[in-house]
Design a protein around this ligand. Structure first.
Ligand SMILES: Cc1cc2nc3c(=O)[nH]c(=O)nc-3n(C[C@H](O)[C@H](O)[C@H](O)COP(=O)(O)OP(=O)(O)OC[C@H]3O[C@@H](n4cnc5c(N)ncnc54)[C@H](O)[C@@H]3O)c2cc1C
Length: 380
């Protein structure tokens, strides 16, 4: 008998999972993916919109192309998950039952958690605000651009530093860089707590080469016109404030009683405490001591492939063997058509291990290939 697999969320993790399952399973098994969005765009494209090498509208790939691949795509809002009855409520489609459920709902942004930010600062992670931010930066002749990481967790921890270097490059080309001060403010004592002190120091050195300052232990408390006040009492004037808001779990996770915030999973199998329910990507929390696995597409994708293999094996009546290895990488764009390269091994037996390579043109090319290859595999 055919099984019905519901995948909630057609982002990085959901798309990787649906495609792997479709390749593995016969057509008697239904794969249904649900998302409120009509199209997919990788998060990293926001930075290309910021530096003007991409246009927001042209960077969207329609999710409707999934149907031709034998993946049923529903463009709708998920309103309730009832694990006890193995069903999910979808606004325009009623209750959908499942044999297997994969929750890949990502995160929500919480800019409202810093008083006065909305309306005074630009949210770097809200793609709708990025074109306006670009215009503002290009119009600025002199002054201060403050980039504030407003709280943790937030996805793609190196992205604010990438943005800083790309902005520096943009201003250089605009002839205004010398008259504009650029500074990154982080709430943590080091730049990338999840990658440890060595990589953090390397990142601070990397941005330092662009004349970008770094201030740790600066969590914003309140934003007023032209001024941000941090919890440590420091006040900083700005002409442009760019914020990376703290993230929170999607409401439907909490209202359905799946978790109080992020979903706990087994770090190798991605199984939740609920029968036949898996969770992958940013919506999960995988703890390693005090630290949690960072929220990034590369991890969502790796987890998705493991879950797809487990479901495939189970349907075939075999004992699932696949296990997630906690490994990933990313390209840290540094302007001038270069990118650095970070490799991470979070489940390393002696503790998380990292490697950072200096910016090079080859990594910039690989970053573009990273996007191209996924779009081709998942949606084209
Ligand atoms: C500026 C920036 C740069 C980045 N750079 C990189 C990078 O270089 N490398 C990397 O690996 N990662 C990068 N990331 C992070 C990456 O984009 C995310 O970590 C990744 O998208 C997480 O995948 P996911 O499947 O968990 O969630 P998502 O991709 O966010 O997908 C979740 C989906 O669920 C849908 N959804 C949520 N709630 C509902 C609901 N109730 N009903 C219907 N649909 C719903 C959403 O619409 C969304 O499409 C970057 C992110 C940003 C913002």
């Amino acid at each position: 008998m055919g099984k019905r697999i519901l995948i909630l969320g057609a982002g990085f993790g959901g798309l990787a999972c649906a495609n792997t399952l479709r390749k593995n399973l016969g057509q008697e098994h239904r794969i249904i993916i649900i998302d409120r969005k009509k199209s997919f765009m990788m998060g990293l494209v926001k930075l290309w919109v910021l530096n003007g090498t991409r246009n927001l509208e042209e960077s969207q790939t329609p999710l409707s192309s999934l149907n031709a691949k034998g993946i049923e795509y529903l463009n709708d809002e998920i309103t309730k998950i009832e694990v006890a009855k193995k069903r999910v409520q979808v606004k325009g489609h009623g209750w959908l039952e499942y044999d297997y459920l994969v929750v890949a709902l990502g995160t929500e942004l919480a800019p409202e958690r810093v008083e006065g930010f909305e309306g005074r600062g630009f949210n770097l992670y809200d793609s709708k605000q990025v074109p306006g931010l670009r215009e503002k930066l290009l119009a600025l002749r002199k002054g201060k651009v403050a980039i504030s990481i407003m709280g943790a967790p937030y996805k793609c921890p190196p992205a604010p530093y990438e943005a800083a270097m790309m902005i520096s490059d943009m201003l250089e080309n605009n002839g205004t860089r010398k008259a504009i001060d650029l500074e990154v403010f982080a709430p943590s004592p080091i730049a990338l707590p999840v990658a440890g002190p060595k990589v953090s120091a390397d990142v601070v050195e990397m941005i330092g080469k662009f004349g970008i300052k770094f201030s740790p232990n600066c969590k914003p408390k309140v934003v007023r016109d032209g001024e941000v006040e941090f919890e440590n009492g420091r006040r900083e004037k700005f002409d442009v404030l760019i914020g990376i808001p703290q993230h929170r779990a999607p409401d439907v996770i909490k209202s359905s009683g799946l978790a109080a915030e992020w979903i706990a999973v087994d770090r190798e199998t991605l199984r939740t405490q609920f029968e036949n329910v898996f969770a992958i990507g940013d919506v999960t929390e995988i703890k390693m001591g005090q630290l949690a696995m960072p929220k990034a597409g590369i991890f969502a994708e790796g987890e998705a492939k493991v879950v797809a293999q487990e479901i495939t094996d189970e349907i075939a009546g075999q004992k699932p063997q696949a296990a997630y290895n906690g490994q990933g990488y990313c390209y840290v764009e540094a302007g001038n058509r270069t990118a650095g390269y970070v490799e991470a091994d979070f489940y390393n037996s002696a503790g998380p291990a990292f490697k950072l390579d200096a910016p090079a043109e080859k990594y910039f090319e690989k970053k573009h290939e990273f996007e191209r290859s996924r779009l081709k595999e998942w949606l084209l």
